[in-house]
Write a protein that binds this ligand. Structure first.
Ligand SMILES: Cc1cc2nc3c(=O)[nH]c(=O)nc-3n(C[C@H](O)[C@H](O)[C@H](O)COP(=O)(O)OP(=O)(O)OC[C@H]3O[C@@H](n4cnc5c(N)ncnc54)[C@H](O)[C@@H]3O)c2cc1C
Length: 280
């Protein structure tokens, strides 16, 4: 299929992008890796694409005051190769090679992945596990949304169609930070059947502030709060048992809910092992 007709405009600045997005049916175009597919399948029929690729300053990775900021236009490949991310945001570094294939990672952007909010995508879950934040610019100004409040429903976020996601921020890892990541996909690079991104602190030999963010098991990435509490109590079996209360995966094209529930338990055992090990 071919996309329905649409107009195209290249934004010169962030303000210009927001001005162009005043058009009722406009959509932001970033890496185009998800948007163009939805247009071609006519799942989406915007009247105008607002290309933000020429907007300066949105592709920086910076470390400031214990926080790593990643600009929305940072390509997946750029993040994958970034020494700052490897050192200060190791959970994101673990996840990056699992996103699609090199050609997709060369074009796809961090902001696009978070804005698109595919429930089986890696980065939204990492952002949730890290307790990150999302910076947004819109017609009423700028605002920051916590990852816990950002993912609302299937492909629905706290963004309005008038907004541009400008950056994400995560706390920089410290000597006490432990992270874990694992996923099941049919083939390397496919969206996950089920996955888990995790973060915790371990200053006393025990885990605390455990955050487990599952993906591919519901309409949004989701915290498993009862399992987190059990893992902080050092009880992996109880943590896995608690998943029955935390998640209720629906059947989808990848697997039945029962299979996903089983996979979630296997992932949790693997990730608990990663969190238990001292990390460089
Ligand atoms: C074959 C294939 C396999 C893939 N596998 C995976 C995978 O395993 N894991 C994974 O996570 N992803 C996967 N992807 C998706 C890839 O990561 C995309 O790059 C990403 O989802 C969207 O990023 P983008 O920059 O291409 O956004 P686009 O396609 O340009 O945009 C996607 C959506 O987000 C909106 N948007 C984009 N940027 C912004 C912004 N800054 N502000 C507001 N709205 C914005 C757009 O309007 C659109 O609605 C795959 C894609 C393909 C084609």
């Amino acid at each position: 299929m071919k996309p329905a007709p649409f107009a195209y405009a290249k934004a010169r600045s962030l303000d210009h992008a927001i001005e162009l997005l005043a058009d009722a049916e406009a959509r932001v175009l970033a890496g185009g890796q998800s948007l163009i597919a939805t247009l071609n399948m006519r799942l989406s029929q915007p009247s105008l694409l607002v290309d933000i690729n020429g907007v300066g300053g949105l592709d920086r990775i910076t470390l400031e005051n214990g926080t790593v900021e990643i600009g929305a236009l940072t390509r997946h490949a750029q993040a994958e190769r970034s020494p700052e991310i490897a050192r200060h945001a190791p959970l994101i570094a673990l996840a990056m090679p699992q996103i699609g294939h090199p050609a997709i990672r060369n074009r796809g952007t961090i902001g696009g992945s978070i804005a698109f909010a595919d429930p089986a995508a890696e980065l939204p879950a990492c952002l949730l596990a890290l307790g990150g934040e999302i910076d947004v610019a819109g017609p009423t100004g700028r605002r920051t949304v916590k990852a816990d409040d950002f993912f609302k429903a299937l492909f629905e976020t706290a963004l309005t169609p008038r907004d541009v996601l400008t950056a994400i921020r995560v706390p920089a890892a410290t000597a006490d930070t432990r992270v874990g990541f694992s996923e099941f996909a049919r083939r390397h690079g496919d969206y996950a059947m089920a996955g888990l991104a995790a973060c915790a602190l371990a200053d006393t030999g025990r885990l605390r502030d455990v955050r487990l963010a599952f993906f591919g098991v519901g309409a949004t990435p989701m915290r498993a709060r009862k399992a987190e509490a059990a893992l902080a109590g050092d009880d992996v079996d109880a943590s896995i048992a608690a998943l029955a209360e935390d998640i209720d995966p629906p059947d989808d094209v990848q697997a039945s809910g029962a299979v996903k529930r089983h996979l979630a338990g296997v992932l949790l055992r693997r990730v608990a092992r990663q969190l238990a090990e001292p990390q460089p």
